[in-house]
Design a protein around this ligand. Structure first.
Ligand SMILES: Cc1cc2nc3c(=O)[nH]c(=O)nc-3n(C[C@H](O)[C@H](O)[C@H](O)COP(=O)(O)O)c2cc1C
Length: 308
């Protein structure tokens, strides 16, 4: 492709440098001779990290005549499979403190305007957000909005919940937690949103919120974490989907994090609050605070929300 005419000298030089960096830099012998490797260099070499991502990419998708996968998928269409799905978020949590959520606020902004106005906001005032704003966002993200019946010939129909966000096979492999910092009516703590009960389940204390904030790799100048209202934590259990779909289940789980995220951003925008995705956290430290193992449960993404 030809470069555009009339570029300033400075722009042309930057383009030249980046072209070199992208295309030829990695071929330079000396670049591979040092231990310090930037990501472009890493991805051209076969080390364990790139091998993982390469294996992941080439194993995505279905293959014809894969009877083992077909059998795994079909098992979910049997009564046992439907029954298992109907139990999602029905775990025994009666020992935990629970908070009933207030009625949602009606989102009046048109979808057209909401889509246009969504923008990442990184600076927050520290003002408290009302609990019904939080409730609205949680329900928009992952709330139950309907149900369907799975009908099997030799058993009663089984009720399956459906939500705002689509999920491959209706598995819903994400758990939505929030770290509440400045919300009217609830204490600083870490809660799980249970869509079946439509309640917040208090899992951890204020001390855990502080530890979680310390696990972020951003500073207050970049994102006002401490002045935000709450942080959405999307915890994925890819195994739930991989049990049915194999490797594809992992990509479905990541895909669904994206869908939940967009619902959160749109609801936040329509409410006049600000939000920003934040992938900048130290995975192992966050997992330790949340007491999750990083394999069966993994903090896949976070969104910071506040009065902006
Ligand atoms: C997966 C993902 C991770 C992100 N992580 C961060 C982050 O760690 N810090 C940050 O300031 N912005 C983060 N962002 C926000 C992007 O920088 C932002 O969406 C982009 O600059 C486009 O701007 P806009 O959202 O205002 O349209 C992330 C966005 C996505 C989708």
């Amino acid at each position: 492709m030809k470069a555009k005419k009339n570029l300033s000298k400075e722009k042309a030089s930057i383009i030249e440098q980046s072209t070199y960096q992208n295309g030829y830099g990695i071929l330079t012998k000396r670049a591979t001779s040092i231990g310090f490797k930037v990501n472009t260099l890493k991805t051209t070499q076969c080390n364990s990290i790139t091998k993982l991502s390469n294996d992941f990419i080439v194993n995505l998708g279905m293959q014809r005549n894969d009877n083992e996968s077909q059998h795994s998928i079909l098992s979910y269409l049997m009564p046992n499979g439907s029954m298992m799905l109907s139990q999602t978020n029905q775990e025994d949590n009666d020992d935990f403190e629970k908070h009933t959520l207030p009625t949602s606020i009606s989102l009046k902004m048109s979808l057209e305007n909401t889509l246009k106005q969504r923008r990442s906001k990184r600076h927050f005032t520290g003002d408290k957000a009302p609990l019904n704003y939080l409730a609205t966002i949680l329900r928009a993200a992952y709330g139950i909005t309907g149900s369907t019946e799975a009908n099997h010939t030799r058993s009663e129909p089984i009720n399956l919940n459906l939500r705002t966000t689509p999920s491959a096979g209706g598995i819903y492999p994400i758990d939505l937690y929030i770290a509440a910092l400045n919300i009217d009516g609830i204490k600083q703590s870490i809660y799980q949103y249970n869509p079946t009960e439509d309640k917040l389940i208090k899992l951890y204390t204020e001390a855990h919120v502080e530890k979680l904030l310390n696990a972020f790799a951003t500073n207050e100048e970049q994102i006002n974490l401490r002045r935000s209202a709450f942080i959405c934590l999307m915890i994925g259990s890819p195994e739930k989907s991989m049990r049915k779909y194999g490797n594809l289940g992992l990509s479905f789980t990541l895909h669904e994090v994206g869908s939940i995220s967009q619902n959160i951003h749109l609801a936040t925008t329509a409410l006049g609050l600000g939000s920003v995705d934040c992938a900048s956290y130290y995975r192992d430290e966050a997992h330790k605070v949340l007491n999750i193992d990083g394999l069966y449960m993994n903090l896949l993404h976070t969104i910071i929300i506040g009065v902006s």
